[in-house]
Design a protein around this ligand. Structure first.
Ligand SMILES: [Fe+2]
Ligand SMILES: [Fe+2]
Length: 155
């Protein structure tokens, strides 16, 4: 089962401790695997393109949600994170354009290798940064609260 072995799945090890964003990461993997599976079956070019567009749209939707979340929590590196999202979006558009103008009816497997590697390392390294930032902020807040509680009330 060569194809299945190559499938990339979301796992709790790459959780960003946010239910919505974790679910979206899961969705990106699912949609990417769907395009890869379809690609192997050689469907009509339009069918394959529709699945790829679905992946592009879902990814764009996730980036928007994630950027809004980072703004909301006051994450300081939101601009460089946004730039990283922009680079992937541009790469996906480029692959789409190449597919549309090529005489071949399928994507080269390098497109999937690139996307899988990019998504996995982006979640594990870049996305984890805002999750860590949030965790540190939470810890700070609870430390401040318990310090307050320990202080004796003035008599
Ligand atoms: Fe991200
Ligand atoms: Fe993400």
């Amino acid at each position: 089962m060569g194809n299945l072995a190559q499938e990339q799945k979301w796992s709790p090890a790459i959780s960003v401790n946010n239910e919505v964003l974790d679910r979206e990461h899961q969705g990106i993997f699912e949609k990417m695997n769907r395009v890869a599976q379809l690609n192997a079956r050689l469907p009509k070019k339009m069918t394959l393109l529709a699945a790829f567009d679905d992946l592009i749209m879902f990814t764009a939707h996730h980036f928007k949600d994630e950027e809004a979340h980072m703004e909301e929590i006051g994450f300081p590196k939101v601009e460089s994170h946004r730039a990283s999202h922009r680079r992937l979006t541009e790469a996906l558009e480029r692959h789409r354009q190449e597919f549309v103008s090529s005489v071949y009816g399928r994507f080269p497997s390098s497109v999937f290798d690139f996307f899988k590697t990019w998504v996995t390392s982006h979640i594990m390294i870049v996305d984890k940064e805002y999750a860590e930032f949030e965790r540190a902020k939470r810890n700070e807040r609870s430390a401040a609260l318990s310090e307050k509680a320990e202080k004796p009330e003035p008599k």
